[in-house]
Design a protein around this ligand. Sequence first.
Ligand SMILES: NC(=O)c1ccc[n+]([C@@H]2O[C@H](COP(=O)([O-])OP(=O)(O)OC[C@H]3O[C@@H](n4cnc5c(N)ncnc54)[C@H](O)[C@@H]3O)[C@@H](O)[C@H]2O)c1
Length: 320
Amino acid sequence: MTRILITGAAGQIGTELTIALRKKYGAKNVLATDIKEPKDSPVTDGAFELLDALDAKQMCKYIRDYKINHIYHLSAMLSATAEQYPRKGWDLNMLSLLNVLELSREEGIKRVFWPSSIAVFGKGAKKVKCEQYEVQKPATVYGISKSAGELWCNYYFEKYGIDVRSLRYPGLISYKTLPGGGTTDYAVDIFFKAVAERKYTCYLKEGTRLPMMYMDDAIRATLELMEANKNKLSVRTSYNLSGVDFTPAALAASIRERIGEFEMSYAPDFRQAIAESWPGSIDDYYAQKEWNWKPKYNLERITKEMLTEVSSQRVNEYYL
Ligand SMILES: NC(=O)c1ccc[n+]([C@@H]2O[C@H](COP(=O)([O-])OP(=O)(O)OC[C@H]3O[C@@H](n4cnc5c(N)ncnc54)[C@H](O)[C@@H]3O)[C@@H](O)[C@H]2O)c1
């Protein structure tokens, strides 16, 4: 029987992944954990425990108490925040992953999921359709931690046979939980401002193309990778994963098709340099070939669904 522990479960991805995993494996088989207890979150509807992912002893206790055999390790400091707190970001992202990998080895965990990011790419990597094995020269602390993390995952697979699986998520767009300090957060914020104020000031330049994905696609990709036949997976660092790619100007135009008076202005800040260091689009040949990955959401469908779902109640939550 699959018994799952999720770290960082109260975050943007964790909230929706917890719901999906409970639906699939049964609520009693999924333990959600986070360093803080979220308010009014579906995550606390089932088993929930406070856990600092840096506390290996406590993590080990939960693995034993709940007879855990699969781990989804999501807690991390994201790109924009980690540029403000480089050492803290490195410590959280690296040491928590090493806790998970080492405990997986010691406690016989059968499968581990850990997300990487398009941030592993930097100078020298192709901007258009960046391939799986492009050079990795990340320009951010976050990217360095993801690049090193990928190698640690591969190491534990090669050396100890731990079945670690990973995806290089692009920027994720969702409405259930707000994003937590990434460079692509504008692509969520914009919908709340569009509904509430009919205008938005973007911290990236209008032509900054970045790879993005709707959360439903990201959750489905995660479940599909975790269920894929082990023998078909050749990538044990992390799979390139593609959804859509667009610029702030294209997103604004897409919103304007539904909210005619929507106005966009631009005031680039430090996140512009981070965004410029990343590819604009991703080639996910191996994900397509080895576990049949195919996204379902294009820009038009994302815009339609986000504007429908960002109800006035959610707008109020956003401004609280
Ligand atoms: N959201 C994206 O666009 C995106 C893109 C690429 C990769 N990722 C990766 O996906 C994972 C999840 O991202 P997210 O967007 O849900 O992040 P998030 O910031 O929304 O959530 C992270 C969660 O981790 C928790 N946390 C922080 N410190 C902790 C600690 N010491 N112990 C336990 N929990 C702690 C936070 O309370 C938060 O609930 C991260 O590894 C991130 O790097 C996210």
